[in-house]
Write a protein that binds this ligand. Sequence first.
Ligand code: XMP
Length: 509
Amino acid sequence: MNQTVVILDFGGQYNQLIARRVRECGVYCEVLPYHTPVEKILEKKPIGIIFTGGPNSVYLENAPRCSKEVFELGIPVLGICYGIQVMAHMLGGHVTSPDSREYGKTETKYDTACPLFDGLPPQGITWMSHTDYVDQMPEGFSMAAYTDSCPTAAMQNTEKKLYGLQFHPEVLHTQNGKEMLHNFLYKVCGAQGDWTMGDYAQNAIDAIRRKVGNGKVLLALSGGVDSSVAAALLAKAVGPQLTCIFVDHGLMRKNEGDEVETAFADKGMNFIRVNAQDRFLDKLSGVSEPEKKRKIIGEEFIRVFEAEAKKIGRVDYLVQGTIYPDVIESGAGDAAVIKSHHNVGGLPDYVDFKEIIEPLRPLFKDEVRKLGKELGLPDYLVWRQPFPGPGLAIRVIGEITKEKLDILRDADAIFREEIAEAHLDRDIHQYFAVLTSMRSVGVMGDSRTYDYTLALRGVTTTDFMTADWARIPYEVLEKVSNRIINEVRGVNRIVYDITSKPPATIEWE
Ligand code: XMP
């Protein structure tokens, strides 16, 4: 059994980020609700406990509290943000609610004799996001860091191994934040770093087996990173009971449909590829309005999937490749609909099943990629860039025809080859070609041409909510342009998109 850290969740927005940092430090952790009974916590045999932040004030009625015994177990505790406040309050200290909040990057001074700050500089920037703070520490505690407006940016009781931080060490804006967590884990809790992504895979496989028993499992495979990794995990866990349905709508990039088939056919699970290209093209014929295209594809996808699923009969579980950022984004409120994103992932309303399994739910994208490698998926799947559910249908502007799709596929493949050749494929986060459907006059071999204008798009981004256009070197663009003009019929002009998001979006439709 791995050494385990228990993270008690007090409702903060960064709780999974804390878990991720602990995993990055090579330590296994589990996030449990703050009110988890002590016996349950002890069952995990934790080497340490971390309290997350939370939106509440300790003085609110029903303010979240953990069991008081948590502090008496002799197990090290680190309280972060609300966590330090609840610790101070429950142990007899005092928390104050001033009129102003402390928010953002804050200059902070540390006592480097405190194990959390051991080996780190005596001052640095931390990320603060709080109103309340501890103005009177409980007995036995001493101050370990402060800022201009917060006298107890950190507190410690080394004898009882209880620590608190008012700022967020898990957030990248906090300088050396990860080292502070590392110090807590290794210098206070005695962690040995015995946890790896291989362990994550094995734990997930065991958990899936326990849950599924001999039930039947269904997964909609899109060929994207998340659904591919989920499929590989499920295949290892319950292969013969798993059916993956891959609806090839004919709107994928060059060779992608076959790549997905190669990776998943004959891998110990039931793999069904539905070649539905003609169905989709028929439905899309004559349609040029972007939102209408999206709706048609979404609906048609569900129909095809449903028809296949019906052949299998009742299934017990439906798998979704939801990852942690999806969970945050879907809770993000009432943002205006710019584009109705649809993911070919989960279709709960249309298929008869008992429960949904989301084996990637706590993971961030780069962790999903690591897990994919661990499970033996090829690089071309694990490092695939994001690809919209409606596929090339929203990269052929206006009306879609097979001819236009083929032109786009060939041009896009050349662009991708050259980006990879120039070793830019991991720096530019998304790059693709767009067939504008606009024609212009050109000249080739002394003759007039009247062909399509193709646009190239490349962006750098961290979250795809905002993006900057990628500064692709001219020589690379030149080579791409020459190759496309020479190798792809039907294109006589190539432009590079130099708009950021906003005001443009990443895709053209
Ligand atoms: P936009 O164009 O809105 O794209 O700036 C942001 C990111 O989302 C992807 N995208 C989609 N993904 N279904 C998806 O699964 C969709 O309908 C869709 N539309 C855009 C886009 O490729 C980019 O990564």
